[in-house]
Write a protein that binds this ligand. Structure first.
Ligand code: 5AD
Ligand code: SF4
Length: 499
């Protein structure tokens, strides 16, 4: 009998990739994927623990699933990923109808665990060891990277893929749960990474984003040879068919000159660097245990700008961290004013049980102050984005087309809804949309893509251009988006046949 999987994913790119891997593996076992929860006999939530809000979202989604399970006890409900590792059997206590809890280091075991449940073995729990539960080697082995097959149909865009080069984190910033739930930092062997990059290129991938919690800390030692991120990038750059290489997330202290040199020298390497600073106050950085000062961060940005011309730098910030005064926050604002980041992700501090921050520091900034600082910093960053984006008006950029714009997708959804209501017909078997679904009657569709430096561009084009490179002339810009017109439809790979 055909089995049907529904999977809901929250959190970071690592989780998106894990979901792609889970789907690929289960498809091999005969599962079909559905986007409608009511059609599924296996319902998975791939979860995030980085902030309390992400966890609440999952528990509230689980609350809705309770009814489904009551009506269909045979359906299997699974909670996988970071929250599974963090809460472990606590998930069974809070949501007793859950059948399966699997940590991010145990994803490989999912097919067997599902089989065991179907055979009547009852609830299954598989998680990795805690950081202090055993020797480092044994803890490492209990957090296994999961990179089986690549499934192009699970990606948002046919030409783009994530590629994991590292799991875990050893930095232990005091606010962060990641080192506890994703375990010790471990780099994947370079041969595996390169083989996977070639597979992706063969599948038609033109852009690869290398993933790691602190991606630029990547080191792989084999005897006397050490492979660094820069070495990997030089090798990936050789792969025919690939046109863009990105990597996230960078740790400021590990932004070495060899890496910046690689970004500057290699035309396929996007001049885009996400290097979160988190705060502009030395006192707060020290209490976060980030391992650098604001001055060191500023020097690093100067080095990036001197080595990689026209680079775009983006950052993350936490506002309202323990002990953050108004003066600390003003220093963060000053840094944002000076750095002119391409964009910043701003988060309100959320205490994570199990971190040093939860153990040793007091969460003493009231929620309304956190909220207010968040809005103030966001407004400041938005004003900078808006100003800096104006410089793009009048320029022509090469864009990798990612898909229909948000507006086109909403319009499509509204049209489908209207069609359903007027005919009272049921929705198609699968809700996976194809490119042609988005096309308007005259064949023109609003598309979205990105420049080499990761800026979002919206323009009118053809659905068949999804996954292609087009030249777009920019005529308007706001804080988040550039708007333009296609000047050349497609650019061949010959551009990258370098002398
Ligand atoms: N509270 C708020 N934001 C957090 N982040 C990580 N941990 C927390 C937390 N406890 C933010 C950091 C990180 C991003 C992925 O999430 O800014 O860079
Ligand atoms: Fe968390 Fe710090 Fe590691 Fe980033 S570097 S994953 S913020 S502990």
């Amino acid at each position: 009998m055909e089995k049907t999987l529904y999977i809901e994913t929250v959190g970071c790119q690592m989780n998106m990739l894990d979901s792609e891997m889970i789907v690929a593996e289960l498809r091999q076992q005969g599962y079909r994927v559905t986007t409608r929860i009511s059609d599924a006999d296996t319902i998975f939530f791939n979860t995030c623990s980085v902030r309390e809000h992400a966890e609440e979202k999952i528990y509230s989604a689980l609350g809705k699933v309770r009814q489904i399970k009551q009506q269909h006890p045979d359906k299997i409900i699974g909670v996988v990923g970071c929250m599974a590792q963090k809460d472990q059997d606590g998930i069974f206590h809070r949501a007793p109808f859950v059948d399966l809890v699997v940590g991010p280091g145990q994803l490989r075991q999912i097919p067997q665990l599902l089989e065991r449940i179907r055979q009547g073995a009852g609830r299954q729990l598989e998680v990795g060891l805690g950081r202090k539960d055993a020797s480092l080697e044994i803890v490492k082995r209990s957090h296994e990277t999961f990179d089986p097959l690549r499934d192009p149909t699970m990606r948002n865009s046919p030409a783009q893929a994530y590629l994991r080069i590292q799991i875990g984190c050893d930095k232990f910033c005091t606010y962060c749960i990641v080192p506890m739930v994703r375990g010790p930092e471990q780099g994947r062997p370079p041969e595996q990474i390169l083989a996977e990059a070639r597979t992706l290129a063969d599948q038609g991938c033109k852009e690869i984003t290398l993933l790691g919690q602190t991606v630029n800390s990547y080191r792989y030692r084999n005897g006397d040879t050490t492979t660094r991120l820069s070495d990997l990038i030089y090798q990936i750059h050789e792969i025919a068919g690939l046109r863009r290489i990105k990597f996230v997330t960078n740790y400021p202290k590990d932004m070495t000159n060899d890496l910046l040199q690689a970004v500057a020298e290699l035309p396929k390497c996007s001049p885009y660097l996400h290097v979160p600073v988190q705060s502009g106050s030395n006192r707060i950085l020290a209490s976060m245990k980030r391992g650098y000062t604001v001055e060191e961060y500023r020097d690093m940005v100067d080095r990036i700008r001197a080595t990689v011309p026209n680079s775009a730098i983006s950052s993350d910030f936490i506002v309202g961290f323990s002990g953050e005064t108004d003066a600390d926050f003003q220093q963060t604002c000053e840094l944002v004013r000076d750095m002119r980041f391409k964009n910043s992700f701003i988060f309100k501090y959320s205490v994570r049980p199990g971190t040093k921050g939860a153990e040793l520091l007091v969460d003493d900034v009231p929620m309304d102050v956190k909220r207010q600082r968040n809005q103030e910093l966001l407004a400041l960053q938005n004003a900078i984005c808006e100003e800096d984006n104006q410089a793009f008006v009048g320029q022509t950029h090469e864009i990798l087309v990612e898909g229909p714009s948000k507006r086109a997708r909403q319009q499509q959804a509204a049209e489908e809804q209207a069609a359903m209501e007027s005919t009272n017909a049921s929705t198609p078997e699968s809700q996976e949309l194809t490119e042609s679904d988005y096309e308007m009657s005259d064949g023109i569709v609003q598309l979205v893509g990105r420049t080499h430096c990761d800026r979002i561009v919206v323009f009118d084009g053809m659905a068949r251009q999804v996954g292609q490179f087009v030249q777009v002339s920019v005529h308007e810009a706001n804080a988040h988006t550039l708007f333009g017109t296609v000047v050349t439809r497609e650019v061949g790979p010959e551009l990258y046949q370098l002398a």
